[in-house]
Ligand binder design. Structure first.
Ligand code: ZN
Length: 447
């Protein structure tokens, strides 16, 4: 077994499960694993017991050259064992795959980044022109409070960079002219809302004219959950569709606001995960996710609350979310309940150009024989947003061997039977090593 696969198996077995509570995660376990793999203690940042991130900074040769940071995360989301073929925290190797929670989100890339970084830390490769940072972080899966967000806010000098590699790595789209490799350059922004109402408790045997908190909140949830959400065709989406190896007619309809929904329906009949992805990248999405009300079957509920996961596209903002809620709920619906912002981040995007983009092109070309990149967008939130907010150019990329399609991998993120082929982990490690070398050549200036 190659070292990078061995590292991935150990990271999966460490089971750094982040359930969103401060005492979960326990990323310190995987920090210890990485310290052993990298052979140096680095700097451990632990803002809450067990919630540790590990940072190394290899100084560059030239103070004016741009710094590059590798930013993998160590935590994973929970998994319910009964849905899995192999235990989610076993790191089982079977049929050329490593199985387990984190195999694609994102311990595969975490292992590959550590392998690509190690020769620079050990001095086996000469330093890059600019500083090279490796920061393996806690808490990506719950908003980065104890991880990337904390490092950017409190330890910027240690993670400061101009270019960043993090999520999301996804398989290439096959095409007759060679694989089209997606490079994630943009992500939607979470604009979560909480709906709530306070009513008056009373005996549920006499409900006439009581103030039941549940009913108006449930009505609002029903309306928001079923109303069509607004379409928006962004320049990022146009560029992405133009680069995808799709049938020309489908491509044309996917960027036409009047026909995109029908095109997504067609796509759903052949590849549902891909259709969901296309829907999310062309709409403000609105998904009710939690509902709490009442205490007992015979008591009129005095409090009801529901969370709605809203995600906005580049060019949309909080005012667009408020507009949509107003339109769907109407003035009367809005009078009945309170709507409160819970998360409030804009979408972020980096330009698909410059030395890191070209370095990825070089590395893809040497691995696949063709230089076909497509600038992609992700509907999920990643740690890239904290860095993009500081002007950093941030991408996500990996290389996969074609055993799992783009759509199939989308389903594995936070889903059951997450797995990655060993060859893909090795290919990603090689790709990242080549990206670092090429980035060094391209940022070397006159040296
Ligand atoms: Zn992730």
């Amino acid at each position: 077994m190659s070292e990078v696969v061995e590292l991935l198996v150990e990271l999966i077995r460490n089971a750094c499960v982040n359930d969103g509570t401060p005492d979960s995660g326990n990323e310190i376990v995987s920090v210890r694993t990485l310290q052993a793999f990298l052979g140096a203690p680095g700097t451990v940042v632990e803002p809450h017991p067990g919630r540790a991130s590990l940072v190394y900074r290899v100084p560059g040769r030239s103070p004016s050259a741009p710094a590059l940071c590798l930013l993998p995360h160590l935590d994973v989301v929970p998994a319910s064992e009964e849905e899995w073929t192999h235990p989610p925290f076993g790191g089982t190797r079977a049929g050329g795959f490593v199985w387990g929670r984190g195999a694609v989100d994102m311990l595969n890339v975490t292992a590959a980044m550590a392998a690509a970084f190690r020769p620079y830390l050990e001095g086996r490769l000469p330093s890059l022109p600019g500083d090279l940072v490796f920061a393996a972080v806690a808490d990506e899966e719950a908003g980065g409070t104890f991880g990337a967000h904390h490092l950017v806010e409190e330890h910027w000098a240690q993670v400061r960079c101009d270019y960043l590699l993090t999520e999301v790595a996804a398989p290439a789209f096959p095409s007759p002219a060679g694989p089209v490799v997606p490079v994630t350059v943009a992500e939607k922004g979470p604009a979560w809302r909480r709906l709530w109402r306070r009513g008056t408790a009373g005996h549920a045997s006499q409900p006439h004219a009581t103030d039941n908190a549940l009913v108006p909140v449930a009505a609002a949830v029903e309306r928001l959950g079923t109303a069509p959400s607004p379409v928006r065709i962004t320049p990022e989406w146009r560029r992405l569709v133009a680069g995808l190896p799709l049938d020309a007619d489908l491509r044309r309809r996917l960027v036409d606001p009047d026909h995109v929904d029908a095109a997504i329906d067609d796509l759903a009949s052949v590849d549902l995960p891909l259709a969901r992805w296309a829907h999310a990248l062309t709409h403000m999405t609105v998904a009710p996710t939690t509902f709490q009300a009442g205490t007992k079957a015979n008591v009129v509920p005095a409090l009801a609350e529901a969370d709605v996961d809203v995600r906005i596209l580049p060019g949309q903002d909080q005012a667009d979310v408020d507009d949509h809620f107003r339109k769907v709920l109407g003035p009367a619906g809005l009078e009945d309940i309170e709507v409160e912002p819970v998360l409030d981040f804009p979408a972020t995007a980096s330009q698909p150009s410059g030395p890191l983009w070209e370095a990825i092109g070089d590395a893809v070309e040497s691995a696949t024989g063709t230089r076909r990149l497509v600038a992609s967008m992700t509907p999920v939130g990643t740690d890239a947003r904290f860095f993009r907010a500081r002007g950093v150019t941030a991408y996500g990329v990996g290389l996969f061997d074609g055993t799992v399609s783009f759509g199939e991998m989308l389903e594995m993120f936070h889903g059951a039977n997450e797995r990655v082929s060993e060859r893909s982990v090795e290919a990603t490690a090689t790709l990242l090593a080549d990206v670092l070398a090429s980035f060094g050549r391209r940022t070397g200036g006159g040296e």
